[in-house]
Design a protein around this ligand. Sequence first.
Ligand code: CDP
Length: 237
Amino acid sequence: MNVPDIIIAVDGFSATGKSTFAKMVAKEFGFLYLDSGAMYRGVTLFSMENGMIAEDGTIDETALKTVIEDLDLHFRNDDGKTCLYLGERCIETEIRTLAVSSHVSPVSAVPFVRNYVDKRLRAFSEGGRVIMDGRDIGTTVFPNAELKVFMVADAEVRAQRRYDEMVEKGDTPVFEDIVKNLAERDYIDSHRETSPLRQPEDYVMDNTHMTLHEELVWCLGVIQGKFGILEAPALSW
Ligand code: CDP
């Protein structure tokens, strides 16, 4: 099935499986996948490593503001996997720790941080045929995206998925810490002043009880309906 050159925005609460879904769709249809959360995590890691976040979580916004436009955060494709780089350093592992997760929502609520990330995302997406996941892609970064998906899932299921993901990477997380972190981030992300997480009107997917294959079939159905494609879909798996 020929999917047109469109921009697909995938938004939703923390750990609803946005990146897994977006990567799968990107692979299936030959789209570029961009993880906007990774950019916010990258700015957070940089701030932590450079003493711009105090122990009580206070952000030194003045210091961050003076360097942010020079931050060279970009994606590279390493062996088929998209990885975030800070200059020449791959920071893909470091940005996924619970320490970064615990500071990322306050950092991403800072307007000049959002401005920096938005600009970079738009530059990376020139030409279209992109699927991007985040909190404000369909509402702020690409309000004209041709397809907007909003993902939700039950809180317990989300925490369990994130727990399993971290254990698989060799971490030893405490389940309750993850539950707490997801709840805190959901709250901050939905209540901040600049580009809060909001459900756009288009397509809502509750994947609490869905397999990945069911998600892909769902997405195909949506694309067929939206673009009037009658051709029978042939999935690669
Ligand atoms: O993977 P997970 O859902 O846990 O989070 P993420 O997509 O890596 O995003 C990490 C954090 O970055 C979120 O909790 C938000 O605070 C922030 N974020 C944002 O504000 N806007 C985006 N478009 C993407 C992420």
